[in-house]
Design a protein. Structure first.
Ligand SMILES: *[C@@H]1O[C@H](CO)[C@@H](O)[C@H](O)[C@H]1NC(C)=O
Ligand SMILES: *[C@@H]1O[C@H](CO)[C@@H](O)[C@H](O)[C@H]1NC(C)=O
Ligand SMILES: *[C@@H]1O[C@H](CO)[C@@H](O)[C@H](O)[C@H]1NC(C)=O
Ligand SMILES: *[C@@H]1O[C@H](CO)[C@@H](O)[C@H](O)[C@H]1NC(C)=O
Ligand SMILES: *[C@@H]1O[C@H](CO)[C@@H](O)[C@H](O)[C@H]1NC(C)=O
Length: 657
C-alpha cells in the first residue's frame, strides 16, 4: 500500500514537471512514440523524429547500439561495415559472445555495437554513408528495414538533399544513427554510456531495464516516458554505468506475435496506478495515448500484407513423400554398421519412388556423371548413385548444418548401391557457369556474384575447419564441387573425400594422392602431406578462376599450364594495373572495381603460396573475403555511376531546425 502510494507520488510529480516544463529542461530525450512511421506527415517532422538532442555534458562520447543479425550482416565484420563501426570492438565485447570477427551469429540475435557518437548541429548522431542497392528502397525502408529503426525517415530526409522521389540505385546517402551522450542528470546518477536499444516485439521498458540490470525509472526518464508503452522498431535509450552486460536475456518473443496479440502487447497490464497518472496529467497524456493508438492502428494495417509477402517469398523445401519412409530395409543396417544414427534423421526412400522421380534414371535426367535430377511431388532433388558403403560420408553430411554446404535429405540402399538424395541447386556447378561466358549462351557472372561465391565458399570451409568437432578438411575443393542455387549462392558439394584433422601434432601423410589437377597443393603432390592448408591452396585457385574465368589447369603447346603459377607474375614488377586488367575475365568488361580485384588477387596469391606456412588460415581468409564482399556490395558499375556529376550526388548537409 505504502509502496503504491510512493510510486503514485513519484509519477505524479514527474507528470507535473512534464506539464510545467513541457519537455526540454531535464535534458533527456523524448521517445519517438512511433512517429517515425509518419514520413509524409509534416507535423511529425520535428526535433523528436530528427534525432536525439545534443544536450549532454560531452559533445562526443562512446555509445552503444543494438542490431539484430540479419543476412548478410551476421558477423562482426559485416555488421561493422554496415554501421561504420570497428569489428574488433564488436567481437571483443564479452556480451556478444563472438569468438572472432567472422564467427557468425544466428539470424535475429542481438548484437551490441560500440560507436563514437557526436553532435552534428542540434543532434547527437553517428554518421554512415549508405549506397542505395535497389530501386524499391526509400528513406523509410532504409531507416526501418536496413537500419532497423536506428534512424528515421525524417532525419534521413533532413540530412540528404535528394528528394524522396529522386532516389536512385547507387545514390550515396548520409545515415545519421541515433545515439546520445549522458546528460548532467544522468551523469550525476552514475551513467557513463547510453545504449540505443531497438525495441522488439514483446519488449517493455520494465523488461529492458531488468535485462540490463538498471533501474526502470532511469530508463523511463531517459526517454521522457511516463508509461510503459513502447513500439517495436523504435529506439529506447538505456543509461548504463559500465559496458553493457546482460543479466537476463531480453524477453522479446522470437517472432512477431499474431495480430490479435499485438492489441494488448505494448500496454503493460500490472500497474493500475498508471490510470490515475493519466487522470492527473489529463489532456497532454490523452494526446500521447491518441498518437500511440494511431501508431498501433498503422501497424495492424501494415502487418498482414507484409507477412503474406514474406511467406510467399519463402521457398518451399523439397518435401519427401511421407509414405516412402521404409525402415524395413534390413540390408541398410547390414551394409552400414554405424549408420543407425544417420537413419534416424534422414528420410529412407523406396527404390521404386526414386525410379518414379527420375523416370527410371533416364538419361534426360542426368545432371552430371552419376547424379540425377528427381522430382518428388513437384519439388526437385538431386540423386547421387554411389557404389557400396558410404556410411562415413553420410554420417559426416548428417552432422553438417551450414547454408553453404549441400544438404543431404535422404537415402536409399538398393542392389549394392547407395542413392543419396540431396537438395537440388538450380544453377549447377561453378565451372560450368564460368565457362558458359565463353560459349554461345554468353551468361556472365557479375563481380558481385563472384565475390559472394568466394565469401560463401570461405565461410563453408571455415566452418569445416574451425566449427566442426572434430575439424574436417574438404580435401577435394574445385569449381565443379561448388554448386550455385537460384540466387547464385554457393553450396559446397562432394565432401565424401573430407577427412578429420588429427590434432596430435603429427604430420599426416598419405601415399594415396588423389585430387584434381590444378588444385592440389605442392606439398601434397610431392610428399602426400595433409593439412588444412590443402583447402586454403585450393580456395586460392578457385579465387583465381573467379577472377580470370580461366581453368585451374589448361593444356597449351608446352603442356599443362597451372593457374596457380600464373598469378605471381601478374602481381610482380611493373605495369601492375595493366597486367591485372589483362588477367581479369574479359567477360566482365570494365564492370568491376579494380582496387577490390587487386585485393582479391593478393588474397589468392597468398593462398597459393608454395610454402604452406606462408598461407593464411581459413579464418584469416574468411576475414579478408568478408571485407572484399562488404565493400563490393557498395560498389556501383561505372555506367550507372560516372554519368552523374559526382559532386552533386554526395550527401549535403541541411541545417536542422
Ligand atoms: C523542438 O521543437 C519545438 C517546436 O517544434 C521547439 O519549441 C523547441 O524549442 C525545440 N527544442 C529544441 C531543443 O530545439
Ligand atoms: C557462447 O557461445 C558458445 C559457442 O558459440 C556457446 O556454447 C555458449 O553457450 C555461448 N554463451 C552464451 C552466454 O550465450
Ligand atoms: C572513436 O574515438 C576514439 C577516440 O576519439 C578513436 O580512437 C576511435 O578510433 C574512434 N572509433 C571510430 C570507429 O571511429
Ligand atoms: C556527421 O554529418 C553531419 C552532417 O553532414 C556533420 O555536420 C557532422 O560533422 C558529421 N559528424 C562527424 C563526426 O563526422
Ligand atoms: C520495420 O522493420 C521491421 C523489421 O526490421 C518489420 O518487421 C516491420 O514490418 C517494418 N515496419 C513497417 C511499418 O514496415
Amino acid at each position: 500500500m505504502e509502496k503504491n502510494l510512493k510510486l503514485w507520488l513519484k509519477f505524479y510529480v514527474l507528470a507535473l514537471l512534464l506539464l510545467l516544463h513541457s519537455g526540454s529542461t531535464e535534458g533527456q530525450q523524448a521517445y519517438l512514440n512511433n512517429d517515425q512511421l509518419e514520413c509524409a506527415d509534416k507535423s511529425k517532422d520535428n526535433n523528436v523524429t530528427r534525432g536525439f538532442l545534443c544536450n549532454g555534458v560531452q559533445k562526443s562520447c562512446k555509445s552503444y547500439i543494438t542490431f539484430r543479425a540479419e543476412a548478410p550482416h551476421t558477423s562482426a565484420v559485416t555488421i561493422a561495415y554496415l554501421l561504420g563501426a570497428q569489428p574488433d570492438l564488436i567481437s571483443s565485447l564479452r556480451l556478444n559472445n563472438l569468438s572472432s570477427d567472422v564467427s557468425s551469429v544466428p539470424a535475429n540475435s542481438l548484437v551490441f555495437v560500440p560507436l563514437n557518437c557526436s553532435c552534428a548541429g542540434s543532434y547527437y548522431q553517428h554518421n554512415i554513408t549508405y549506397t542505395i542497392k535497389d530501386d524499391t528502397e526509400t528513406y523509410f525502408t532504409i531507416a526501418n528495414d536496413t537500419y532497423q529503426g536506428l534512424t528515421t525517415c525524417q532525419a534521413m530526409k533532413a540530412q540528404n538533399s535528394i528528394g524522396i522521389l529522386d532516389l536512385k540505385v547507387c545514390d550515396k546517402l548520409l545515415v545519421p544513427l541515433r545515439c546520445a551522450c549522458p546528460t548532467l542528470d544522468q551523469t550525476k546518477a552514475g551513467a557513463k554510456f547510453l545504449l540505443t536499444y531497438i525495441a522488439y516485439w514483446g519488449d517493455f521498458i520494465s523488461s529492458i531495464a531488468e535485462s540490463f540490470g538498471v533501474d526502470e525509472q532511469s530508463v523511463l526518464d531517459a526517454n521522457k516516458l511516463t508509461e510503459d508503452l513502447i513500439f517495436p522498431f523504435t529506439p529506447v535509450l538505456v543509461p548504463l554505468a559500465a559496458e553493457p552486460t546482460m543479466i537476463l536475456a531480453p524477453q522479446a518473443s522470437p517472432s512477431p506475435p499474431s495480430p490479435s496479440h499485438i492489441t494488448s502487447a505494448p500496454i503493460r497490464k500490472s500497474k493500475s496506478s498508471y490510470k490515475w497518472v493519466f487522470v492527473g496529467i489529463g489532456i497532454a497524456a490523452g494526446l500521447i495515448l491518441l498518437f500511440g493508438l494511431s501508431g498501433l492502428l498503422f501497424f495492424f494495417y501494415r502487418r498482414p500484407s507484409q507477412k503474406a509477402e514474406q511467406e510467399a517469398a519463402t521457398p518451399s523445401e523439397p518435401k519427401p513423400l511421407s509414405d516412402s519412409i521404409d525402415y524395413s530395409d534390413d540390408s541398410w543396417f547390414v551394409s552400414i554398421h554405424e549408420g543407425r544414427y544417420a537413419v534416424e534423421s534422414l528420410t529412407s526412400y523406396k527404390f521404386k519412388d526414386l525410379e518414379a522421380a527420375t523416370g527410371n534414371f533416364s538419361e534426360s535426367n542426368i545432371i552430371k556423371g552419376s547424379v540425377y535430377r528427381g522430382q518428388f511431388q513437384g519439388d526437385y532433388a538431386a540423386i547421387k548413385v554411389m557404389k557400396g558403403d558410404v556410411s562415413a560420408a553420410m554420417n559426416l553430411l548428417k552432422k553438417i548444418n551450414h547454408n553453404n554446404i549441400i544438404r543431404l535429405s535422404g537415402f536409399c540402399v538398393h542392389g549394392g548401391n547407395t542413392y543419396l538424395v540431396y537438395e537440388h541447386v538450380e544453377k549447377g556447378s561453378l565451372d560450368d557457369l564460368l565457362q558458359s561466358s565463353k560459349g554461345q549462351t554468353s551468361f556472365t557472372l557479375s563481380w558481385k556474384q563472384r565475390v559472394q561465391i568466394a565469401y560463401d565458399v570461405a565461410d563453408a570451409l571455415n566452418y569445416l575447419h574451425n566449427y566442426m568437432n572434430p575439424p574436417y578438411m574438404h580435401k577435394n575443393l574445385n569449381t565443379s564441387n561448388i554448386l550455385l542455387d537460384g540466387n547464385f549462392r554457393a553450396k559446397l558439394a562432394n565432401i565424401g573425400f573430407a577427412r578429420t584433422v588429427e590434432n596430435d601434432g603429427d604430420l599426416q601423410l598419405t601415399r594415396h594422392v588423389v585430387g584434381t589437377l590444378g588444385y592440389m597443393a605442392p606439398e601434397y603432390i610431392e610428399s602426400g602431406v595433409i593439412t588444412p592448408k590443402l583447402d586454403v591452396f585450393a580456395f586460392g585457385v578457385v579465387l583465381l578462376e573467379l577472377l580470370s574465368g580461366r581453368k585451374a589447369a589448361e593444356k597449351n603447346a608446352e603442356g599443362e599450364e597451372l593457374l596457380s603459377a600464373s598469378i605471381k607474375g601478374v602481381l610482380e614488377g611493373v605495369d601492375l594495373r595493366e597486367k591485372l586488367q589483362n588477367f581479369i575475365d574479359h567477360a566482365l568488361g570494365a564492370e568491376y572495381p579494380l582496387h577490390l580485384a587487386f585485393s582479391m588477387a593478393q588474397l589468392a596469391r597468398n593462398c597459393v603460396a608454395y610454402d604452406l606456412n606462408a598461407r593464411p588460415s581459413m579464418a584469416e581468409v574468411l576475414i579478408a573475403a568478408t571485407k572484399i564482399f562488404s565493400s563490393s556490395l557498395d560498389w556501383c558499375p561505372s555506367s550507372e555511376f560516372q554519368s552523374q556529376s559526382s559532386s552533386s550526388r554526395l550527401p549535403t548537409r541541411i541545417i536542422g531546425c
